[in-house]
Design a protein around this ligand. Structure first.
Ligand code: B12
Length: 472
């Protein structure tokens, strides 16, 4: 039997967007990587992956699917890509194949998937063990429920590492450009699952997927994966994709000590209230180049409304610790939050000025289904979202009624002006130059030129490097 795992992540970026130099176009789905590894390890069935970002269009997808001649398609669903996921299901179903779906959207609204008539079974929550059972039952022709609760993974160390070969990591690393803050030859790793906090714009969905208990891999297990990535694939930078890596200080200090021995650059997501001087220093000494924080807002009133549990002062202190210890700050923040006033937005501007991050990414608040803040907005009839792909951050506006997005846009420009642009970072520019020299040396000149022309971040970083040289 054969199962093809499908990643439908083309919302806002479209077909053929793979490798265009943003996290959304470049990152592989670790969830599907884990499922693939589990199927390979625990069954005799064949498994491969189809990534919509690499397809030219729906005909191409249909043709490729036919060629793969799988029996079952396993489709990842998140809300923003729901329409594309269901179109994949429809095409697959019409070919007479069985469709199983999972992922965040499947977990929060399984019946919605079944109602399309193109999905046969939904597995909610974590699925590494359950997908194996399901495939065995299919193989033996046994019946199954439509909605199957995935068996939670209690001990993450029991899982095989995500299967990178299913996503051709080798080839990706040769050709994929870096995305700041990831230099070329980076890979994502997940060191823990779950989040112990209760932010209104995110929870309870995370708890529904991963359970209430925080789950940490052992440091030893993580280091084995990191070392494998370095040795087998020549990975030079690890991005820890956990919701936040710093929720257990002792563990993160142990992890840092071991990362130092591996000798590889890395970055992670963190919370401003879970770090201190010792943690930041240790992380930096261990090769941590960048920490990504959800600062969200400069208004304490809004932070409290969001149940963020972190204070504005803690945000400023976290930024100071990073600057003093030479860790780059990647600042995520939001505007367009319900109850937010002009003064609150002004406070966010003031905070961003104080933080002075190297990289910043604004999201106009998206009421993400599965979160308490989505329910809040729905109850008050605030939601303006008319299609699933409007849930993406980026340039999508008018998500909520009563918000002056034009004024927010003006504020966004003001903030951008007072915070340095990432392309002025000499580290990234020098990585890009190094990569191009290597590509040229290896005879990939055409690819190098193509990258220079098509990937804006590459172009920007070169402009940035030249700019700095001239300035000096
Ligand atoms: C890293 C990350 C990203 C990265 C990379 C995503 C990637 N390709 O890996 C980037 C930065 C690109 C990103 C972007 C966005 N993200 Co994001 N992201 C995450 C994060 C923090 C980790 C993802 C991960 O690696 N998880 C670990 C793996 C093991 O879990 P998993 O993917 O869910 O897979 C498991 C199960 O779901 C299930 N499963 C998954 N697929 C399938 C398929 C089948 C067939 C089956 C049976 C089971 C199954 O089994 C897996 C193993 O147990 C999660 C939060 C989280 N902790 O998961 C948010 C999360 C997935 N993101 C979220 C959101 C909202 C977004 C954005 C929309 C943000 C925005 N407003 O723009 C964009 C959308 C991008 C896109 N086009 O898809 C939400 C999704 C909520 C929803 N309702 O869909 C999450 C859950 C965070 C949250 N709580 O709000 N994200």
């Amino acid at each position: 039997m054969k199962i093809t795992l499908v990643y439908p992540g083309i919302a806002q970026i479209g077909f053929g967007s793979f490798g265009r130099g943003t996290p959304t176009t470049n990152l592989m789905s670790l969830g599907l990587g884990y499922l693939g590894a589990s199927i390979k390890k625990n069954t005799k069935h064949e498994v491969d992956v189809l990534d919509l970002r690499k397809m030219k269009g729906w005909d191409d997808f249909g043709r490729e699917l036919k060629e793969r001649s799988c029996d079952i398609a396993g489709i990842y669903t998140n809300t923003v890509n729901f329409e594309y996921a269901m179109k994949c299901a429809e095409i697959t179903h019409k070919m007479g194949k069985t469709v199983i779906a999972g992922g965040p959207h499947a977990t929060l609204a399984p019946q919605e998937l079944l109602d399309t008539g193109h999905v046969d079974h939904v597995i909610t929550g974590e699925a590494e063990f359950t997908i194996v059972d399901v495939l065995e039952k299919f193989d033996r022709g046994l019946g199954m429920e439509k909605i199957i609760q995935g068996q939670p993974v209690e001990n993450l160390d029991e899982l095989p590492f995500p299967d990178r070969d299913l996503f051709n990591l080798d080839k990706r690393l040769k050709y994929l450009p870096g995305i700041f803050p990831f230099p070329p030859r980076y890979a994502g790793v997940l060191a823990s699952r779950g989040c112990g906090f209760n932010c209104k714009f995110c929870q309870p969905l995370e708890r529904k997927i991963f359970g209430k208990r925080l789950k940490f891999r052992s440091v030893d297990n993580i280091i084995k994966e990191v070392a494998q990535l370095k040795e087998r694939y020549g990975v030079e930078f690890i991005m820890f994709q956990d919701d936040q890596l710093t929720q257990n200080r002792e563990w993160v200090l142990d992890l840092s000590a071991e990362m130092k021995k591996v000798g590889i650059d890395w970055g992670a997501l963190a919370r401003v209230d879970t770090i201190n001087e010792h943690v930041v220093k240790s992380m930096k000494e261990a090769g941590c180049l960048v920490l990504q924080f959800g600062f969200e807002s400069g208004s304490q009133k809004i932070l409290d409304f969001l149940r963020k549990r972190a204070g504005v002062e803690q945000a400023v202190e976290a930024a100071r610790l990073c600057h003093e210890n030479g860790v780059l700050i990647f600042a995520n923040y939001m505007m367009g939050i319900p109850t937010e006033t002009e003064e609150d937005v002004e406070a966010t501007y003031e905070l961003m000025k104080k933080i002075n991050p190297e990289i910043h990414a604004l999201s106009y608040f998206s009421p993400i289904p599965g979160s308490d803040l989505y329910d809040y907005c729905k109850e008050r009839d605030l939601i303006n979202v008319t299609s699933y792909d409007m849930y993406a951050r980026g340039a999508v506006e008018n998500k909520l009624k009563g918000i002056d997005y034009k004024a927010l846009d003006r504020m966004k420009k003001k903030i951008e002006k007072c915070t340095p642009a990432w392309y002025q970072e000499s580290y990234y520019a020098s990585c890009v130059m190094k990569r191009w020299r290597k590509l040229a040396k290896q005879g990939h000149t055409v690819h190098m030129i193509k990258e220079l022309v098509t990937h804006t971040p590459m172009l920007d970083s070169t402009v940035g490097a030249v700019y700095r040289m001239v300035k000096r």
